[in-house]
Design a protein around this ligand. Structure first.
Ligand code: FES
Length: 107
């Protein structure tokens, strides 16, 4: 039996690699729990949805809502399925962060 031990960064890279090899869509989950809802998760989801439509990324990324990610003190929380790092968005910075972080992982 082979046991693989890796840290979060390595696990995230493995997840990106595995997704690319298998041709899977990236699944981005945005929290719609109470705290994130108050901080604007509805707006964040609408902005990300528009970016996905405008840039034709529908084949590469799927957006899903989820409940509390236990990161309520930050902005609107989000996670890429298979990864452990939590992202934090606001309606003011989501477009820039999406292009910087999420889009780079797709392309
Ligand atoms: S409500 Fe979104 S992280 Fe807790």
């Amino acid at each position: 039996m082979i046991r693989v031990i890796c840290d979060i960064k390595e696990k995230n890279m493995f997840s990106i690699w595995l997704r690319a090899v298998r041709g899977d869509k990236m699944i981005l989950k945005v929290c719609v729990g109470s705290a994130c809802h108050i901080k604007g998760s509805y707006d964040v989801i609408n902005i990300i949805t528009k970016i996905i439509e405008d840039e034709g990324l529908g084949e590469d990324i799927e957006l899903k809502a989820c409940f509390c990610l236990n990161n309520c003190t930050e902005g609107v929380s989000a996670v890429i399925e298979g990864e452990e790092y939590l992202y934090s968005f606001s309606k003011e910075d989501v477009e820039e962060k999406f292009k910087e972080i999420i889009r780079e992982k797709i392309l």
